[in-house]
Design a protein around this ligand. Sequence first.
Ligand SMILES: [Ca+2]
Ligand SMILES: [Ca+2]
Ligand SMILES: [Ca+2]
Length: 170
Amino acid sequence: MDIEGTCQNVPIDCDDMDPCTLDACVAGACAYEHTSGCCSADADCNDELYCNGPESCVDSQCETGSNPCAADEQCDEGADECVECLASAHCDDGQYCNGRETCLDGQCQAAANACPADKECDEAADECVACLTNERCDDGVYCNGMETCVNRACLPVLRGLSARNKARSA
Ligand SMILES: [Ca+2]
Ligand SMILES: [Ca+2]
Ligand SMILES: [Ca+2]
């Protein structure tokens, strides 16, 4: 902005001693324009946001703050606080068999087992299956032979096969 007008040669100084204003003489009057980003106190820089940290005024310039939360915390902008979680996804421990963790009031909650009592959990496959081992298939009855777990399903003893095996091992 050009400095011109009737006060140009008047010995009135438009300097307001404020480093954050651009002082000018416009149409015979002093005009001050605030310099954007300029500050004289930390409070001038406050953007009212908690989660980006407290802003500060350094050498008349606003400096941004940083996330006030620890690396394993989430920032709740609404409550102005650091919490363990904001959504259940933040609580996922990567384990399938211990169930899906949930977030309640900023705290992670453990889950119930992923599988019902009559199933075994295959962590590698993220699946509930009838069995992983032969022991799981044991029906407790000795005389019908040892049940087996094949492809994660319990197979009853095949009498013919059992007899053949017996014959072979005899
Ligand atoms: Ca802030
Ligand atoms: Ca889990
Ligand atoms: Ca049996």
